[in-house]
Design a protein around this ligand. Structure first.
Ligand code: ADP
Length: 369
């Protein structure tokens, strides 16, 4: 394992170097913080462990460690601060700068050896975790590519099924008996349903794959569009929708925010059995996020199903009772999480549900979709 030493005192530097080399480490030495930073940031070699003196000319150990932490790429760097300072305040300052460990000067060989072992254990754990993460990310990408390709490529043969069933009905409808016609109609209906499922799957796998730029959006305007689109449902159910004043502007892909509110509002109107739906939108502001809630007085969700409903094609009712595919909330969850937010639901069966999601404030946001 490679270790970078930053130490301006020649004797201490030599001693350290000798010890580490005896124990089989690959040692690189720097005679001050600036030189160590140059070696570190050149990127020619990765240093999993850095041992740095605190007091050095040009750049001290704290500054060096702070820079290492700020630049930290994907590999963790275990840093040990070598110092004669041992007051409580010094320990706090060193750890705050990002040091993992302390070693008092003049250092004791045995203590150094066990502290290095502890560092190596942490680095090994971190490397194992990083490798597992890489593998997981690769698997997720494979599954997403599969979902995208499958849902894309299955569209064409499916269209052919539907068209042939339509042709059969149109051209041979009179030749077929009633059972034959019914079977053709069922094929047609199932082909249409399957098309809706594939469209949802394609939509799901597109999130994060095709860029949709984040812009400054007025949430009130988005809600106006959503309510405009939902006018038929609102009129049919006699619903009341309450939208508060003073909604914020957020930085988000406009279409994606419309999709989120559209889905939550449409569900709030749909899953309602008795009386007229009352749907309320709220917005709470926290330090780093806005939290939006869409609350309804509908059928509610039993607590044991609260997680399930976010899984793709998972529905709690048949299509005859409530139409839908069961993909809406999965798509909403993926959009929200892709943009650095969280989503959840609180609900009382028979009384209603409140779906909430968060949007990071501008500056806290990770990226466009
Ligand atoms: P869909 O609306 O197409 O069924 P969703 O993914 O949007 O699919 O919702 C999944 C399931 O979650 C729904 O089938 C329903 O059982 C439940 N659900 C969603 N929203 C509500 C709500 N506002 N009230 C009660 N149940 C809901």
């Amino acid at each position: 394992m490679r270790i970078l030493i930053a130490e301006d005192a020649i004797v201490s530097r030599r001693l350290l170097q000798q010890c580490l080399q005896q124990w089989g480490y690959d040692v690189v030495v720097a005679s001050n913080g600036a030189e160590a930073w140059q070696l570190f940031s050149a990127g020619d070699a990765h240093f999993p462990i850095v041992i740095s003196d605190w007091m050095m000319p040009e750049m001290d150990g704290l500054d060096l460690i702070r820079r290492i932490r700020a630049s930290s790429g994907s590999n963790y760097v275990y840093t040990i601060l070598l110092t004669a300072k041992s007051e409580r305040e010094d320990v706090v300052a060193g750890m705050e700068a990002g040091a993992d460990d302390f070693l008092r000067k003049p250092f004791d060989r045995e203590e150094l050896r066990v502290r290095l072992r502890a560092g190596e254990r942490i680095i090994q754990l971190e490397q194992t975790l990083a490798a597992q993460n890489r593998e997981l990310r690769q698997r997720v990408e494979e599954v997403e590519t599969f979902a995208y390709t499958a849902s894309h490529d299955l569209q064409t043969p499916l269209r052919t099924f539907g068209s042939y069933a339509q042709l059969l009905l149109a051209d041979y409808g009179k030749v077929l008996d009633e059972e034959g016609r019914e079977l053709c109609e069922e094929i047609l209906e199932d082909a249409l349903h399957m098309k809706t499922l594939l469209d949802s799957l394609l939509e799901y796998s597109r999130i994060g794959r095709e860029p949709t730029p984040a812009v400054e959006v007025d949430v009130k305007t988005v809600l106006d569009w959503v309510l405009h689109d939902l006018r038929p449902e609102i009129a049919e159910t006699g619903a009341t929708v309450q939208v508060p004043e003073g909604l914020p502007r957020v930085v988000y892909p406009e279409g994606r925010l419309t999709q989120i509110f559209g889905n939550l509002m449409s569900n709030a109107l749909k899953f309602n059995e008795a009386g007229k739906p009352v749907v309320k939108v709220c917005c709470d502001e926290a330090a780093q996020v806005y939290r939006f809630t869409v609350q309804d007085n509908g059928i509610g969700i039993a607590p044991e199903h609260a997680d399930r409903i976010f899984n793709i094609f998972e529905r709690l009712h048949t299509r005859d009772t409530y139409p839908g595919t069961g993909a809406g909330l999965t798509i909403v969850k993926k959009i929200v999480e892709f943009h650095g937010g969280e989503i959840g639901v609180t609900s009382t069966p028979g009384e209603g549900s409140a779906f909430w999601f968060t949007v990071p404030k501008a500056g806290e946001r990770p990226c466009s979709d």
